[in-house]
Design a protein around this ligand. Structure first.
Ligand code: NAD
Length: 650
């Protein structure tokens, strides 16, 4: 089979290479001999490089498969399949399609790589409107293994079927765009996300903040502004203008207009959203900025666009997610993101933006509002764009939610600052066991309802202990089962510390793998101030943090999240409004690790914990011995009466 590629520029030469690598004979046609020479040089360089890396063999044979020509009419006579990739000008494309139509055999499919011109318009100059189709590659086609196949108004099913077969035969996956809408699928979503990002800049955010959020939290391979600086600000601007002219409703941000006018076009001019000292210079994007804005804020308009595409029967949710992953490099589909963060959140973001800007673009698509009304909010209700495995159980004051691949455990005694009474200890034990037994659950997230994470052991319970036996029984039957469960837990645990974490509420965090604290969280182990001791911190904590913990155990001084991070207890500090999202993002991160590997890591770490079992038992025994002392009951009384205790040393 012979493929004719018309246009040997940025896209055409790459498409020709892909076809030759897949074993097809290729005719590469351009009006310009120099362009053809240049294209062949680039192809030869690229193919040889693949051979030197051992990825292909017989590079000479592959290169020989490509013939170049400036004679379109003659080339067309030989073609079995045509891909047009000339300049994005309607009159040029019309001219070429006329020649192709006149010279190609009757059944030959004419495809176009246009980004913005309607397929129907291009087809209109031919006598084979049913055999003209959009075949939209991405730059560079040698790396991005996805095409959009776009139906023009008259494209027939047979053409689509054959184009799909062809795409597959050159190693491309595809998404089907059922209607010839401006921007097709990917550019529509890209434009919405990018325009939102620029608007946020106009409102005072820095490019680094937006890029840090999407890179380090959402896991995109590059920041949005890095990509645009790389592709050229003018390129993106032109696409935007073109699709807008053709009916895509978007208000072009003034900042973008100014940049194009001032020649701040990105890497090629040394200045775009970032400044570049040399061609290979890269923007510096600090991870520290990642929590200044939530990714959902930036993605929401893209999700809204995706909802529009689905509702209008233009693309399926699966294709939209495939396009965002394979075409845009997202680590998961944009609709998967929507379901993870929650569709209620998406709608709130859009409505807030609508209120702030007055722009129609932000009106939530009816599909989104309908889903919100029907409580189809995503993973947290079991259904959103997709169906998810969901389970809700209450173990006393502990809520357990299976959200498909992770479990959300919430301590719910907000009026008592989630203090650990018997029901709470037992509820937590049961919830963690449930999550451990469920094979779908890959990670556990734990948090507290209300303003506290957990205020530690319930003093009312401790105050009721009269004898050594009471304490022993409580520790053996109520507290230790949870401690043992956590010390041997074989799945990653992520803690979202939303407020105060005192005593046992702080100490439990020593068993959690990733501790994310809200900026206003506070930690302390004040047990000594009431005549008791923090048993975990005094034993296991000493092994974990060294003598640094002594200061806090021996004074009961509170720690802010920065001090807790310095101690080694907290890993990430985020503003309160980022806490839940940060947890969701860390679930994604730990789920990228192979499940068996995660289990092996946990088991190995647990083995180290076991080394400190003896000190923990000693600490447990020490607290039991304190219970019958006068100082312990004085400490309990003083705490309840909110006065300073008077220690007797007995
Ligand atoms: P380009 O300017 O690099 O290449 C266009 C080529 O077309 C030039 O080599 C030019 O000499 C040639 N040409 C012009 N008139 C011709 C004619 N009458 N006959 C034969 N050749 C002719 O452009 P490009 O970036 O490769 O874009 C080509 C097409 O691909 C456009 O439709 C564009 O919208 C689309 N596209 C571009 C990208 C991208 O990232 N560059 C991505 C997807 C799709």
């Amino acid at each position: 089979m012979k493929v004719l590629v018309v246009g040997a520029g940025t896209m055409g030469h790459g498409i020709a290479e892909v076809c030759a690598l897949s074993g097809f004979e290729v005719i590469l046609c351009d009006i310009n001999e120099d362009v053809l020479k240049n294209a062949m040089n680039r192809i030869v360089w690229s193919v040889r490089k693949l051979e030197s890396k051992g990825k292909i063999k017989k590079s000479d044979e592959i290169i020989k498969k490509i013939k170049t020509t400036t004679d379109l009419a003659n080339a067309a006579k030989e073609a079995d399949f045509v891909i047009e990739a000339v300049v994005e000008k309607t009159e040029v494309k019309h001219e070429i399609f006329k020649i192709l139509d006149e010279n190609c055999r009757e059944n030959v499919i004419l495809s176009t790589n246009t980004s913005t011109i309607p397929i129907t318009d291009i087809a209109s100059v031919t006598g084979r409107k049913d055999r003209v189709v959009g075949l939209h590659f991405f730059n560079p086609p040698t790396l991005i293994k996805l095409v959009e196949i776009i139906k023009g108004e008259e494209t027939c099913d047979e053409t689509v079927k054959k184009t799909i077969e062809f795409a597959r035969s050159i190693g491309m996956d595809y998404v089907l765009v059922e209607k010839d809408v401006p921007g097709f699928l990917i550019n529509r979503i890209n434009i919405r996300v990018f325009v939102e990002a620029i608007r946020l800049l106009e409102e005072g955010f820095k490019p680094e903040q937006i890029d840090a959020s999407v890179k380090y939290r959402a896991g995109l391979p590059m920041g949005l502004f890095e990509v645009v600086d790389f592709s050229g600000v003018d390129t993106v601007y032109n696409v935007l203008q073109e699709v807008r002219k053709r009916g895509f409703e978007v208000v072009v941000p003034e900042m973008l207009e100014n940049m194009v006018r001032e020649g701040r076009l990105g890497m090629k001019t040394g200045k775009g959203f970032y400044e570049y000292s040399g061609f290979y210079a890269r923007a510096k994007i600090s991870k520290d900025l990642a929590y200044t804005i939530n990714p959902i804020q930036i993605l929401a308009p893209g999700i809204n666009e995706a909802a529009w595409l689905i509702r209008n029967g233009i693309a399926t949710r699966e294709d939209i997610d495939k396009a965002t992953v394979k075409g845009m490099g997202y680590p998961k589909g944009i609709l998967d993101f929507a379901d993870s963060y929650g569709l209620d959140r998406v709608v709130v973001v859009l409505e807030t933006r609508k209120g702030k800007t007055g722009l129609k673009e932000y009106i939530p698509d009816p599909l989104l509002t309908e889903m919100k009304e029907k409580k189809k909010l995503g993973k947290k209700t079991g259904e959103g764009f997709y169906k998810w495995n969901y389970e809700l159980l209450d173990f006393g004051p502990v809520r357990y939610e299976k959200r498909h691949n992770y479990a959300m455990i919430t301590m719910r005694r907000p009026e008592k600052l989630n203090a650990l009474n018997e029901e709470m200890w037992k509820g937590l034990t049961e919830a963690f066991r449930r999550a451990k037994e469920d094979k779908d659950v890959r990670a556990v997230v734990i948090t507290g309802e209300g303003r506290a994470f957990c205020a530690g052991d319930d003093i009312a319970v401790m105050g009721s202990w009269k004898s050594f036996r009471d304490g022993v029984e409580f520790f053996d039957n109520v507290a230790m089962p949870l401690v043992d469960e956590l010390a041997n837990y074989d799945k990653p645990i992520i803690a979202l510390v939303n407020g105060n974490a005192f005593g046992g509420g702080m100490e439990l965090n020593m068993f959690f793998d990733i501790v994310i604290a809200s900026e206003d969280a506070s930690f302390s182990i004040p047990e000594g101030l009431i005549g008791a001791i923090p048993p975990l911190a005094s034993s296991f904590g000493y092994a974990l943090f060294g003598r640094k913990i002594a200061k806090y155990a021996l004074t009961g001084d509170p720690m802010d999240p920065m001090e807790a991070r310095e101690l080694g207890l907290v890993d990430v500090i985020v503003p309160k409004q980022c806490l839940e999202d940060a947890g969701i993002e860390y679930v994604d991160k730990v789920c990228r690790v192979a499940p068996l590997a995660a289990r092996a890591i946990k088991k190995s770490m647990n083995a180290v914990r076991q080394l400190y079992r003896n000190p923990l038992e000693i600490a447990g025994r020490e607290i039991e011995l304190l219970i019958p002392t006068e100082d312990f009951s004085e400490g309990m009384k003083a705490f309840v009466q909110k006065r300073r205790p008077e220690w007797k040393g007995k």
